[in-house]
Design a protein around this ligand. Sequence first.
Ligand code: SF4
Length: 376
Amino acid sequence: MELNDHASRLHAVLSASSSARWLACPPSAQLCAVLPDTVTDYALEGTCAHELAEYKVQKLLGNPASNPTENLDFYDAEMEDCTDSYAQYIAELLATLQEPMVLVEQRLDFSRYVPSGFGTGDCVIVADDVLTVIDFKYGKGVAVSADHNSQMMLYALGALELFDALYDIAEVRMVIFQPRIQNLSECTLPLSELLHWAETELKPKAALAARGEGAFSAGEHCRFCKGKATCRKRAEYNLQLAKYDFAMPDKLTDTEIETILATADQLTAWVADVKEYALRQALSGKQWHGYKVVAGKSNRKYTNPAAVAAAVQAYGKNPYKEPELLGVTAMEQLLGRTQFEALLGSLTEKPQGKPTLVPYSDKRPAWSNAQEDFNE
Ligand code: SF4
């Protein structure tokens, strides 16, 4: 393999965005490297949003930039609003700083710690003795926390390579701006803590991961692993629950139920991953002993709504309900988020969702009257 090929392969294997996984389970890096990638619409949508966000921040800074909107396949009112609020957040932050130095979409090289490691920082700002790294996230599935977030710490290390010699940096501030779910997460670390982590934790783990060595270790991070459906370590980890040695008497104790709750979500996720993998394989021709693929349940739908309406009207009946309002999401897309808030904010409510039992670490406030509502 050419040296450059080797370097770019390592770069992909030891990416900042997958660092939480390979730090927890170093051999997963090389395992994932040989499995195919899937490009999802979510990822493409995120790329479009980043392009627009970059344009808006460049414009804010007075730098030359051309508007990419007409080339963005996933552009819509929500993307316009979210990128506006990102640029506004940066404008407001800059207004509080003395002579800030700002870099946008900056390549950040952290190969001092991670072989061939580099990434792209959405926005890096240095002012006084604080280095700020901001990451714009367009996903809305999971709120991402900046607290000791390894991806952000890698970006911060890369940014330090650029600025450490020029500025007397004492603190690193990491910010995740995730506008679609109103998540603004920040974490500030003393520079000494970041460097200590880089030398004692990051560097040795990255070296192991690059060589495909280290111990397999299963946990939360497995959901981002391409090998998650067939990994033996993950199976062993999850089967611990099935192997749970239930003690007499017949009824489970509170402690036993708590033990099951603690692992149930991961067990469910693992089973779902294995089932999805088995289905994909079956659809590609694999025969699983004792199993076949069938069509699942589906709801009837009209093939030609206009012809349906005409036929029912000809029969003398009205096929329409009263004209209905657009749903909240469709209405927000119609008006744009800002206008939606201004016009309909006071006319919209978010009813409390169904009671759900989650780990204590979950950020949502505790349900106050769970018993009553559950009974209802
Ligand atoms: S599934 Fe989990 S334990 Fe298995 S290789 Fe991936 S990260 Fe490691």
